[in-house]
Design a binder for this molecule. Structure first.
Ligand code: URA
Length: 146
């Protein structure tokens, strides 16, 4: 299961997460783990687009969290990949920089969780792609663990 921040304009229009350019890059990330988009569940921490694309506010995260927790209970994913700083901070209740959270095995409501960069950030900073492939190798190894 991949968890992003909040729907963007394209996602709001279509009612589906990660359908814009960031979504295409997310598809490549999913493929790099050896999976297809139909084989993973994609969600967001926040369920509506924040006005003007501003960062979600803590009380909005709090309001949407029971929905996400219910999604996780129903999907029972083997692994959650938190996409970007906002998702990582909201889920792990920490302010640690992403660089400190990457590479570690965390957990969210008893589900293993790893952290990587948001695909929208990768579109702006393609030089960071190598780090994401490392994170995806970690994802693969968590999934392959007995
Ligand atoms: N960015 C997100 O965090 N989620 C989406 O669904 C689209 C873009």
């Amino acid at each position: 299961m991949f968890v992003g921040e909040a729907p963007g304009a394209d996602e709001d229009r279509q009612g589906e997460p990660f359908v814009g350019r960031a979504g295409q890059l997310l598809n490549s990330m999913i493929f790099a783990i050896g999976l297809k988009r139909e084989e993973v569940y994609i969600a967001n921490v926040i369920k509506c687009r924040p006005p003007g694309n501003r960062d979600p506010q803590p009380e909005e995260v709090e309001q949407c969290e029971p929905y996400l927790i219910r999604q996780i209970e129903l999907i029972r994913p083997r692994l959650i990949v938190a996409l970007g700083r906002h998702a990582a901070h909201s889920l792990l209740k920490t302010e640690l920089p992403l660089a400190k959270l990457r590479g570690g095995r965390h957990s969210y409501h008893d589900t293993p969780l790893i952290v990587t960069y948001h695909p929208a950030y990768l579109l702006r900073s393609p030089g960071e792609k190598r780090k994401v492939w490392e994170d995806l190798r970690l994802a693969r190894s968590v999934l392959e663990a007995p």
